[in-house]
Unconditional design. Structure first.
Length: 262
């Protein structure tokens, strides 16, 4: 009799063991990024996307502007736990109020957006938001979800120029989903706080955009690709920092930066 109980107990233990293994595997699968691609593939695609961008847009390379971007990026990246990319910030001469992230750490900022910003600290929180999209691989996810992971891989590794340009368009012009927008905001708010830049500047920027374009909010490129709803505005403008929080100015003459723009 007791032998039978032991046997049943062992069977039960084995079942629990299997369930435990299954769950740990399941959790591992959830934690691992399902949209991971090889670094070389991502770099090739990013180079292609960049070439494509340069066909349609003119980038501005001015040493003073580059050094301003350098100051901001250094402040941000030194406060990140891991930095996945060697970030490249491209300034595009265009009146669109827009910014977007491509692959492999390439971020594009339009002069129309820089003109719209009131301070270097505001630019820093926008860049922190774009870094959030990059670190969390949202662009790969967006493309893969739209055309399917298999098609994405075959286009990405096949090198067909026409399909690649379609892929580029998809990556830069379609909207992120709400979940990814919120994740990029959370990343930006946290990174801004760690970098001693007031995180509520993100909400202030959103409110200004909305006020300025209250009738045609959806026409704004930035909002078309980064859908903005009242939850995002509220969360970022109400973000709480500890009482001891004090912003450490970037010491950038913002009027001078705006005057540098063509
Ligand atoms: Zn976004």
């Amino acid at each position: 009799m007791s032998g039978k109980i032991w046997k049943e107990l062992l069977i039960l233990l084995a079942i629990f063991g299997l369930i435990w293994i299954a769950f740990s595997y399941y959790n591992y699968e959830i934690d691992a990024n399902p949209f991971a691609i090889k670094a070389e593939t991502e770099q090739e695609m990013a180079d292609f996307m960049n070439e494509y961008m340069l066909q349609d847009f003119e980038t501005i390379n001015q040493a003073p502007l580059d050094s301003v971007l350098g100051v901001i990026m250094t402040r941000l990246t030194t406060h990140m736990d891991t930095v996945s990319y060697d970030y490249q910030i491209h300034v595009i001469r265009d009146s669109q109020i827009n910014a977007f992230t491509s692959l492999n750490g390439n971020i594009y900022i339009f002069t129309g957006l820089i003109e719209e910003l009131g301070s270097a600290e505001e630019l820093a929180v926008i860049l922190a938001h774009e870094i959030g999209h990059a670190e969390q691989k949202h662009v790969i996810e967006k493309i893969a979800k739209t055309i399917g992971m298999e098609a994405f891989f075959s286009i990405a590794t096949g090198g067909d120029a026409v399909l690649m340009s379609e892929l580029t368009k998809l990556g830069i012009s379609t909207a992120f989903d709400r979940k990814n927008e919120e994740a990029a905001d959370d990343f930006a708010l946290e990174l801004a706080k760690k970098s001693k830049i007031n995180p509520r500047r993100l909400g202030q920027f959103f409110i200004r955009l909305k006020r300025k374009n209250s009738t045609a909010l959806d026409d704004l490129e930035f909002i078309r690709t980064h859908p903005l709803d009242s939850d995002r505005i509220q969360k970022s403008s109400d973000y709480k920092t500890p009482n001891s929080f004090k912003e450490k100015p970037l010491n950038i003459d913002w009027d001078q930066v705006q005057q540098m723009l063509p």
